[in-house]
Design a protein around this ligand. Sequence first.
Ligand code: BG6
Length: 479
Amino acid sequence: MTQPCDMLVFGGTGDLALHKLLPALYHLHRDGRLHPQLRILAIARNPLDVQQYRALAERHCRAQVARADFTNEAWAGFAARLDYFVMDVSQSADFGRLARHLGPGEDRGRVYYLAIAPRLFEDIARHLQIAGLAGPQARIVLEKPIGHSLESALAINAAIGAVFDERQVFRIDHYLGKETVQNLMALRFANALFEPVWRAGHIDHVQISVCETLGVENRGSYYDHAGAMRDMVQNHLLQLLCLVAMEAPVRFDADAVRTEKVKILEALKPISGLDVQDKTVRGQYGAGKIGGQEVPAYYFEKNVDNDSDTETFVAVQAEIDNWRWAGVPFYLRTGKRLARKYSEIVIQFKPVPHRLFNGGEANRLLIRLQPEERISLQLMAKNPGKGMRLEPVELDLNLAQAFSQRRWDAYERLLLDVIEGDSTLFMRRDEVEAAWRWVDPILEGWHEYYQSPRSYPAGSTGPEQAHSLLELQGREWND
Ligand code: BG6
């Protein structure tokens, strides 16, 4: 059971709040994990009254929560916690009204969840301070992307840092809340088996793929200014890379874990200027078919420019310049409107040093994050019968079967961590900045050398050039 606190969700009528945050809070409520006096205050400009907002929230929660988990009784209890407040975050006076609405309660924890555009972060932090709402008990949650470049990220971090201590700031990356992502740390740091071979001498390369079938849905106006590099690579993919590559932290606590991740981000070899042509591929989906359904080209999506050159696909060959990883390529790939939705990490080991048998492949460890939660190790085995005919077989661990309980959504875990003040699974200020420091030169290189996106049909595995990136080095994606 958590502390009594007020959870204020700015952007209360937005997609994130309605699709992710409220269903996650509903689950936490239903499982008895929220303090009875925890209140949720959704904030937005839409002129709704509390009953109308509760009805809107109920509609969305019913759609998101599994039927068996949604009961009228649990909903009634949850709805009683739910309040709605209409305000304009650019108006300082509205924060005075907000303070009066909240009433006294400096001793109560206050969580401000900014599920809105990053350009508003600065104003909100300043107004909260002026209204006396930014005391030491307060916590602020910032949704990614933090800025759209290093410069804007520095400005946001500085503005937030002028009001809140770093320990009060929670920069969320929902990938860190996923069970299998945390399992990656368990796999590496709770099993002695892999550590001796988890390095350049034994690993040929690493692949990290986050493939989606969805397009930009109704987020066109945000996405068209962001693109896949800012939306996915700068945060989710680099976080996964850090977890694969980092050294074991001395303790499992926020500072020790994040310090090791920052070291990896700082060791990423810069990709700039003409290098972007050899080491990166940008793509944009054209019209095609997904699951038998025709889908339009990206530039025909709602709120997207007709001649947009925003990338909806990125592949990058990254390298980490440190003792453990020197010379090992980390291939990152993400895209929208691809053939299948899945996220996986592939650790491709080197072949045996001296081959005794004809044929045979090198070992490969596959960590599937979604849709299934699976870890499988490909080993070579002898095919029964005469002669030494080798075939790859899988040692397969299905985590959903190994642990049958309901899987928490990433936001459930992370919201509870915020309420409890545990920032281990959140990004520290220097981490976000180090990630931008690597991403910025790639974006600049694309701009400088006019690298327009390569087209790929919706429902495919991405542009040809993403395949050539590996093929030219005698490798291939694990498709
Ligand atoms: C979000 C991105 O952070 O992650 C979206 O903004 C993307 O564009 C989503 O679709 C993917 O998350 P998940 O959990 O579905 O893999």
